[in-house]
Design a protein around this ligand. Structure first.
Ligand SMILES: [Zn+2]
Length: 351
């Protein structure tokens, strides 16, 4: 039995899905639950014998420190990664991209803004993991690399030198020439490239619409709504109009922020500014009961806004007393006039 491990460049895959959808001719989405098995079948047909998928590793990035108007799309992508982790047992490694307060899409940014979002660590994390695991005995026999980028050429070569077999899965319109060479002069693969383009019918996510109850306390009308959204285990479901309403509330709440009187924007001597994605600790110093938001003063004296939808699944807004110690992930840095924003707020237990 040959052991297969998948290594997916999630950022690349995410970016190529629109092209795949176009090729498919409708609102195509990949069924990530089926992807590992469909690819393993392809490899088995080429390699012979029997194969088994031992793990699927996905490497990707997410926006941090972005303009709050893009909140919903960022949260949806993070939910998507969580879903892969929890429902399909993917190993997920994701890295924040600092947008420095800007909109995600270039078209939404000021004209002439030279800002370029810089992705960090993703390619190196994939390559390191694929190579390291190849040096360990019995971990995998065949790596399926779901990639398009030329940069991965050296790692594919090295993994093969270590005696592992490599299958490349890519998309015709976004694949480096070296991976498509039928004579494989670069010596990067053991099988012909597997094209996702040819597997679309097997990979299409078939939506099951279902009736779910919106759990927002602000929901208007019948709580049961039809949706094809799949809430994660233990997470509350909020309908589209409530989500839209939350975003409006968050923007308005930010405008109300006046600071607590604490020296909000001076860090203690020598304290480094937190990177987006970093976890910090602090106390909840203000709560707007009934409006579902509050503010945290972090240990570096900076202040961060949170909405009840930013709490971790095991913490309810009603159960937070003022003064409670929490830890949280920095979603957005504070600026001169605005509090920062927190996500994934948890009760903090002192060590
Ligand atoms: Zn609702």
């Amino acid at each position: 039995m040959a052991k297969i491990m998948l290594f997916i460049d999630g950022t690349w895959l995410y970016a190529t899905v629109p092209a795949l959808a176009k090729a498919y001719g409708k609102d195509f989405q990949i069924d990530f639950g089926r992807l590992p098995l469909v690819l393993a079948e392809q490899v088995q047909a080429k390699a012979g014998g029997t194969v088994e998928v031992v793990r699927t590793n996905l490497f990707g990035s997410y926006a941090a420190n972005y303009d709050e108007r893009d909140e919903d799309s960022v949260e949806r992508r993070l939910d998507f990664f969580d879903m892969l982790k929890e429902e399909y047992h993917y190993e997920i490694e994701i890295f924040p991209i600092n947008f420095k307060g800007r909109r995600l899409r270039r078209a939404d940014r000021a004209t002439g803004d030279p800002f370029e979002p810089k992705e960090k660590c993703v390619d190196i994390a994939l390559a390191t993991s694929m190579l390291y695991l190849a040096t360990l005995p019995e971990v995998y026999d065949i790596a399926i690399a779901v990639i398009g980028d030329q940069d991965f050429k050296p790692v594919l070569q090295q993994v093969r030198r270590l005696g592992k077999r490599v299958a490349i899965t890519s998309v015709k319109a976004s694949c480096a020439f070296d991976f498509t060479d039928p004579r494989d002069e670069p010596r990067v693969k053991d099988y012909d490239t597997i094209w996702l383009d040819d597997l679309l019918p097997q990979l299409e996510l078939k939506y099951e619409r279902r009736l779910l109850e919106c759990q927002s306390p602000m929901h208007q009308g019948d709580r049961k709504v039809w949706t094809n959204y799949r809430p994660r285990r233990g997470k509350s479901f909020y309908c589209d109009s409530c989500r839209e309403e939350f975003n409006k509330q968050k923007q308005e709440a930010q405008l109300e922020y006046t600071g607590s009187g604490a020296p909000a924007f001076s860090s203690p001597e020598g304290a480094a500014a937190p990177e987006p994605g970093q976890r910090m600790t602090g106390i909840v110093y203000e709560k707007k009961e009934g409006r579902g938001f509050g503010f945290i003063r972090a240990d570096n004296n900076k202040e961060y806004y949170f909405h009840f939808t930013d709490l971790s699944v095991d913490l309810r807004f009603e159960d937070i007393p003022t003064g409670m110690r929490v830890n949280f992930e920095v979603k957005r840095d504070p600026s001169d006039s605005k509090a920062g924003a927190a996500r994934n707020v948890r009760r903090h237990f002192e060590d």
